[in-house]
Structures are given as C-alpha cells and as structure tokens.
Design a protein around this ligand. Sequence first.
Ligand code: SF4
Ligand code: ZN
Length: 308
Amino acid sequence: MRCSFCRGEAVYEARYSGARMCRYHFTESVERRVKREIRAQMDLKGNTKRIAVAVSGGKDSSTLLFLLHKILGNRKNVEIFSFTIDEGIEGYRPPGVESARRLSERLGVEHRVLSYREAFGATLDDMVKMDSGRTIPCSICGPMRRRLINEASLRIGADYVALGTNLDDYAQSILMNVFRGDVARMARLGPHSTVKEGLVPRVFPLRLVPEKEVMLYAILNGIEFDAGWCPYYSRAQRNEFRDILNSVEERSPGTKFSIVRFYDGIRDILADAYQAEGLGHCRVCGSPSSSDVCPVCSFLERVKGSGV
Ligand code: SF4
Ligand code: ZN
C-alpha cells in the first residue's frame, strides 16, 4: 500500500477520505486538524493565556497533552499546565496518575493531582461500597469529575481547559443527546464562544480525530499511556451508541464527521439556548449548577446517612 501523497509506504488508510498515508503524512494530517481546532476554539492572541489540560493517563488525554505541547509549547504567550483527577479506584487509577505525571515531567509541564478523597471526603471505591449498589458508579463519577476538572482549572487560573475527547466520543455525545431529546445538554456540550461565570471554557482539540487515529498517533510518536480499564466501566448506554455509530460508519465512512458538521451547523442556535439557561448555584456547595442542589451534593447527602 502506497501513500497517496508521496508514494512512500502507507501505514494507514482513511476510509472516510480514501487517502492512504505514510507515517509522515499521517502525522501531518492529524496535526493539521488539531491546529485548526485550536485556532477555532481558543483565542490565543494578545495577553498570556493559560491552558489547563485534563490528563487521565489514557491514550486520548496523553496524546492531547503531547500535541498541545508540540504545537503551542514554544509560544511565549501560552502556558500549559496539566492535572489528573484521582477518583480513588484501586488498581486502575494509580498507573494512570503515574503515567500522566511521567509524561508531564518529560514535557516539562507542571502537573497536579486532585482527588475525590480530598474534595468529597471519600474515594469512589468507598462511596460505591457505602451506596451498596443503588447508583451506577459512572452516573455519579461523571458529575464529580466534571466538578473537579472545573475546580482544578480555576485553581490554575486557566483561560481554557482542554479535554481529550476524540471524534468517536464527541459524535456519541451528540447522538446520545438527540436520542434523549435533551437540547439543554446538547447546548452545554461546547466548545462555547461565550463564557459563563465560574466555569472555565472547555475545548476539545481532538474532536476531529477518530479514536483509532489517536491510538496510531500515540504509538507512532512514542507517547506513553496507560491502557487499563476502569472496573466500573459498564455496558452503559454510551456503548450502545458506540456500536450504532461504528456500524453506520462501516457502511457509510465519514458519518462521524457528518454528525459533528451537523452539530456545528446548529451551534449558533444552541448558543442562545445555552445563554438563556440561567446558571444558578447549588445551595449546598455553591458551585455552578442548573439545578437547586447539584447532582454531586444530592448523592453525597443521600450516602451521608451510610457514614461517608
Ligand atoms: Fe468513573 Fe465510570 Fe469512568 Fe470509571 S468508567 S472512571 S466509574 S465515569
Ligand atoms: Zn506520505
């Protein structure tokens, strides 16, 4: 198989475009998309801007940190920081934290760790035990992680927080919101061009890079990452959407990109919905929340009786 651009030996064929790429042109193609998204999602002109990168130690966020450092590392007015959220999941999280720490150190990026234990008084493992199986771990872990990601970014004084969401994750999220009929959540997905007080704007520089391209990029560029799986990772609803999307993509290559194009086409309309949605504060913890008591506090209140 020959590269469509230089006749060198191809390492990858992108079925959505028909292009075959050698190592060099594959790397260039990934970086071109990421640079375009960086330009579109962040305003990095003028004053010094701080970017906080949420790194779990997995392939996506590790590749994200590597790429942001490669693309923006020499810019005098850009400062990059990284952080890891430690949920407290035995056997799974420690190697991830370690991998994120090592990668940050290698790149010369300041790294910090925020833990559930420190922020919420218990590890996720403890909470799952206390809750005796009543709540699906992911449904509480998600809001807690989002909360801490924002908190870590505020502490860093970041102008943006970058997440390792790849094309597959992003298209799945859009589709899930359509299936649930959840316009407000769709509007919250972002990236946003307007800022809400107390919330550091989230950016998704990898949102046009398919999952398998992230994986190949990481391997070809010697990026270390932890390939472990969370023990609570369930056959949750997201997996159903992963299967649906993969089977449609198989028959009609390019569908995942089309879904993102569709979302981008309606983002301006959604922006009005996003702004109109009054963002109040949780009356227990005071963090930004669209409900009276945020999901994190209502969960914690409920398990408090059990001793957490
Ligand atoms: Fe948390 Fe679920 Fe992710 Fe595990 S799979 S880290 S429980 S959100
Ligand atoms: Zn080539």
